[in-house]
Design a protein around this ligand. Structure first.
Ligand code: BEZ
Length: 311
């Protein structure tokens, strides 16, 4: 017995007329009469008194009507509860490197949250290397990092290359160079680098950039995190190179000066499990570019898929 036939039967009982029931159900009357006839044949009983006006149910019809109401209401409940459970239990866990928190990450996540109100979104700070392991173990679903780490189990797309800036105390001579400086201008300075987690990390990426310009800063001090480094710069202790979007971190007398060399950039990558083509992962990828549009950031959007061309 199909639920659809029960729905038709209930409409005929309540309207006491095939014509009115057909109108209520938005179907023609002949197929409605046929379906009721099929139902009677299937059950082997008569459900309506023949020739009655308005239409009356038989005793069997009345019994079926009472139970059909319960069955239809149960079916609706099961349908909506199943939908709700499906929505509530979907979780997307996102790993990110700390410096992204001072840039566009909060905006991207906030937009994504608004667009997916029923999704449980969790955020975990992890280095790029840790993100790869966490993806493979299923502890996160998406990673945002700064290192180009390859793994056959993981797909990766370059989102953009972010420019680097140098942080200095306003009394430092470099602070006057508002138009910008070159990496060569920083090589003899005391430089704070971060983080001091296992390499590769942002500090090793930065020292590689110096090395690619045949420069080797000698006075380097490694610190745990960006806020510590900038706090010490604000105390006049030295300089620190950071991604430009982290210039939202403010201390009195702290200024940020652009670094002009074309290679002075830090890439931002998104990663996910190679075979994960879920809508939630695609949707966060799309949210990144929606924020880029709002911020007028130029980009090239590649498909987020496994085995695409190397960046
Ligand atoms: C960005 O600044 O481009 C960015 C930050 C976090 C996640 C994705 C992109």
């Amino acid at each position: 017995m199909e639920l659809r036939y029960l729905r038709y039967f209930v409409a005929v009982v309540e309207e006491q007329s095939f014509t009115k029931a057909a109108e209520r159900l938005f179907i023609a009357q002949p197929p409605l009469s046929r379906q009721i006839q099929n139902l009677e044949n299937e059950l082997g009983v008569q459900l309506f008194e023949r020739g009655s006006r308005p239409l009356q149910t038989t005793t069997a019809g009345q019994f079926l009507y009472q139970h059909a109401l319960k069955l239809l209401s149960n079916a609706e409940e099961v349908k909506s509860m199943t939908k709700r459970i499906g929505l509530i239990e979907r979780t997307l866990t996102i790993g990110f490197v700390g410096s992204l928190l001072f840039g566009l990450l909060p905006r991207i996540i906030y937009l994504y949250r608004q667009q997916n109100p029923n999704l449980n979104i969790q955020l975990i700070e992890l280095s790029t290397t840790e993100q790869i392991q966490a993806l493979k173990e299923g502890r996160i679903d998406v990673g945002f990092g700064r290192l180009r780490i390859s793994d056959p189990a993981v797909k990766r797309v370059l989102l953009r290359k972010e420019r680097l800036v140098v942080a200095a105390h306003s009394s430092h001579p470099i602070a006057q160079r508002v138009e910008g400086v070159h990496l060569a201008d920083l090589v003899d300075e005391k430089l704070f680098v971060y983080p001091n987690t296992p390499k590769p990390n942002f500090s090793s990426q930065l020292l590689n950039i110096f090395a690619e310009h045949s420069l080797s800063p000698q006075n380097i001090r490694e610190l745990r995190e960006i806020q510590l480094a900038l706090g010490l710069v604000a105390a006049g202790e030295g300089l620190c190179v950071i991604p430009a979007s982290a210039d939202t971190i403010r201390f009195p007398h702290l200024v940020y000066i652009p670094i002009l060399d074309s290679g002075a950039v830090s890439p931002i990558f998104i990663t996910a499990r190679a075979m994960d083509n879920s809508e939630d992962v695609q949707a966060i990828y799309d949210a990144v570019f929606q924020v880029y549009d709002l911020e007028c950031i130029e980009y090239k959007k590649a498909p987020f898929q496994w085995g695409q061309a190397e960046d």
